[in-house]
Design a protein. Structure first.
Length: 222
């Protein structure tokens, strides 16, 4: 039995995985879908203003501690690639498999801001104009989305290299939004790295809702 810890991307909560969780659970696995600090429906402006990348990595580590998880498959979508990379680096060997689901795979010293493309830098800057600390979600999309802490996009990640010791590291590339994706160069880099397994899906970025069965099938691979 596998223990999955699923971390949502920007503006989203645990509900982002609502179509995938039952597929994993029906296969007999334990699933924890997280909502990061500042992204909960009851989180106030102060929580959003204070949260950064370290806060979100700490959310994951506290969840591992609270639930006594010692061998997790840690999955991060989009922005949460930054979060799971930071958490895995600090988890002390408690991550057995790391899955970046159409997500950033940062080098030490990168931020989401530096790793993304001009399209998303404009989304971040425009979305934060009203408050200076909270990035409003792009128009359209799920109404449950929440303003995302700007500091989480801007803070640089500090990595020791510990995550490179995780036995299984995987990247899922969603090819159905190539006009905007920041991940095409990353896919090329990881496909050439024998330490990584790369999968392609023909979906848009929100693969968990567009093709939950396909996402679950990748996560359930032995």
């Amino acid at each position: 039995m596998t223990t999955f810890v699923l971390v949502p991307g920007a503006w989203k909560g645990s509900w982002a995985y609502e179509a995938v969780v039952p597929l994993l659970e029906s296969a007999g696995h334990t699933v924890h879908a997280l909502t990061l600090t500042g992204l909960g429906p009851d989180d106030d402006d102060a929580a959003v203003a204070a949260a950064n990348l370290d806060t979100h990595a700490g959310d994951v580590l506290r969840h591992l501690d609270t639930h006594h998880i010692t061998s997790a498959t840690l999955v991060g979508h989009s922005y949460a690639g930054m979060v799971v990379a930071a958490a895995a680096d600090r988890a002390g060997g408690r991550i057995s498999r790391l899955v970046h689901l159409d997500a950033y795979v940062p080098h030490d010293g990168e931020s989401c801001w530096s790793a993304t493309n001009d399209h998303f830098r404009n989304v971040f800057a425009t979305g934060a104009a009203a408050t200076g600390y909270a990035v409003e979600p792009p128009k359209g999309g799920d109404p449950r989305r929440r303003p995302h802490p700007l500091a989480a996009f801007l803070q640089t990640i500090r990595l020791t290299g510990a995550a490179a010791q995780i036995p299984r590291r995987e990247f899922v590339y969603c090819a159905g939004w190539e006009d905007r994706t920041p991940f095409a160069p990353l896919r090329a880099r990881l496909a050439a790295d024998p330490a990584w397994q790369v999968y392609d899906l023909p979906t848009g970025h929100d693969a968990m809702h567009e093709a939950p069965e396909a996402v679950a099938a990748i996560l359930l691979k032995e």
